[in-house]
Ligand binder design. Structure first.
Ligand code: FES
Length: 119
């Protein structure tokens, strides 16, 4: 007999959906990992390491602007894929290799937010 695979079986609970209003970010510690859970203006939840790839500031203290998470220290902006978003006016910056925040696959189900916390 085969057991049914639970969608959340390989996922880790992060927070309740109701604790993550639209365009908000929240620091969460799960299994000693410091994470930021945030929700964009389209309603999608995201779970990332709470560490800016620039100089390590906690992203949860930043703000959400639409579908972008903004680091509080120097204003770097990251899209929903975790990629540093380059202001169009800064041409020289656009020639850099891409920089990413550490992201995790995130699933929201039954009023709860889960993430696949890979190493
Ligand atoms: S530490 Fe995040 S922008 Fe500098």
């Amino acid at each position: 007999m085969h057991a049914m695979t639970d969608l959340t079986s390989h996922l880790t609970y992060v927070c309740d959906s109701r604790d993550l209003p639209s365009e908000s970010a929240k620091a969460v510690v799960v299994d000693a990992r410091e994470l930021v859970a945030w929700r964009d203006s389209a309603g999608d939840a995201h779970v990332w390491d709470d560490r800016c790839p620039h100089q390590g500031s906690d992203l949860a203290s930043g703000g959400v602007e639409g579908c972008v998470l903004v680091c509080p220290s120097h204003g770097w902006r990251f899209d929903i894929n975790g990629q540093f978003v380059v202001p169009l006016r800064v041409f020289s910056e656009s020639r850099r290799p891409p920089v990413f925040a550490r992201t995790y696959e995130t699933v929201e189900q039954d009023g709860r937010v889960f993430a696949r916390l890979t190493d």
